[in-house]
Design a protein around this ligand. Structure first.
Ligand SMILES: C[S@@+](CC[C@H](N)C(=O)[O-])C[C@H]1O[C@@H](n2cnc3c(N)ncnc32)[C@H](O)[C@@H]1O
Length: 362
């Protein structure tokens, strides 16, 4: 770590004073950066502890009642509430211990915000807070302690896609065929759950290699009373046929894959082609809908006019690099992959947020 033995703090201080004569003010920027970081931790902490579920649907909450119901440490909870009060996310009602969410608070507590916090801060917290050690070569990037929190990443993806991404996927699926959907890399099954809830005759078959995610998916299907229309199989998607119980895929009319195909790209482009070719061999004639985040070239990203409103695509790219997942690919690249696998392009890439919906005819 650098110390003041290596540089003259008086010179450093003068540099800040010089910068402060210009706009934007670097002191304000530094404070904003830190406040956003602290706010993100406060919000994720409340999410982890079940506070969002507690306030959902309520216009206001009593701090005492909430702390008792959730068995919170009263001192910590009060400190967090006071912080959010100061940030303008909460407003006190009269002189009581009752607080209501302001419009700002409602935005900070919405499902999309929760989703993004869960994916990045929750899912990849270990690697993000260890970057110093990793870049210094003291901890290898593939160290087990840096593994992502799958619980956060899965919940976060479901939360952040339910607002506009999944409705856009459903709209794209309307032009395709059938009611029986095979979702590859289904994770905790949230996409298929939404699929069967939106039409009484819809059915879903989910495949994932994570047994833990599938256990959660089955529980959720039970809880929503749709277990008779959803089935889940533990299997690895790969360059060979999917190994699932005999007959399990007989009724499949369409195939979806949300944010998974790019992962095979860590072994090169051809690895994705091989997987798509294997799917075409096993499920000929079906449409394959793939949802993938847009590619992001950092220099082109920085040169955009007007500048991007946020760094979402850069965040996704960095996290994919750090977690050994394949990088997001461009539209042309995906078209080439589908064609090389023998598919036709049915939907060349419908934008939804920072993602694109592709449909390939197998
Ligand atoms: C980024 S998550 C996306 C989950 C879900 N589709 C969604 O959008 O919320 C990728 C999922 O693919 C699964 N997965 C990755 N490679 C796989 C493979 N070869 N076979 C089966 N599942 C795989 C992971 O276990 C994980 O659940």
């Amino acid at each position: 770590m650098t110390t003041s033995t290596q540089y003259d703090l008086r010179d450093e201080g003068r540099r800040v004073m010089d910068q402060m004569k210009q706009q934007p003010n670097p002191v304000v920027e530094a404070r904003q950066l830190m406040s956003q970081t602290i706010m993100a931790h406060v919000l994720l902490g409340l999410s982890d502890a079940g506070f969002y579920e507690y306030v959902a649907g309520k216009d206001a909450f009593s701090m005492g009642e909430a702390a008792a119901a959730l068995k919170f440490d009263r001192f910590t909870f009060e400190a967090m509430v006071e912080y959010l009060l100061g940030c303008g996310a909460l407003v006190r009602q009269g002189a009581s211990d009752t607080f209501a969410l302001t419009d700002k608070g409602k935005r900070l507590f919405n499902v999309y915000t929760r989703g993004v916090l869960n994916v990045y801060l929750g899912g990849y917290n270990a690697v993000l807070r260890s970057l110093g050690k990793v870049v210094a070569g003291e901890l290898p990037l593939n160290d087990g302690s840096l593994r992502r929190s799958t619980r956060h990443a899965a919940a976060g993806t479901a939360y952040s896609t339910c607002a506009f991404t999944i409705p856009d996927v459903f709209a794209a699926m309307r032009g395709t065929r059938g009611k029986v959907c095979l979702d590859l890399g289904c994770g905790t099954g949230d996409f298929l759950l939404q699929w069967v809830l939106q039409a009484p005759d819809a059915r879903g078959i989910g495949v994932d290699m994570s047994g833990a995610a599938l256990r959660q998916a089955r529980e959720t299907a039970q809880a929503w009373g749709v277990a008779d229309r959803l089935e889940f199989h533990e299997a690895a998607v790969g360059p060979g046929p999917l190994v699932v119980p005999q007959g399990a895929l007989d009724t499949v009319e369409m195939v979806t894959s949300m944010y998974m195909l790019h992962e095979f790209g860590r072994d090169g482009r051809e690895a994705i082609v091989d997987v798509v070719r294997a799917l075409k061999t096993q499920l000929p004639g079906r449409h394959l809908l793939a949802l993938e985040v847009e590619a992001c070239d950092p220099e082109a990203f920085a040169a955009q006019t007007p500048p991007a409103a946020h760094f979402g695509r850069l965040d996704y790219r960095l996290i994919h690099q750090l977690s050994g997942q394949g990088l997001p690919r461009g539209q042309e690249d995906w078209h080439g992959i589908f064609r090389d696998a023998g598919c036709t392009i049915v939907e060349p890439g419908k934008p939804t947020g920072g993602s694109l919906i592709y449909i390939a005819g197998m």
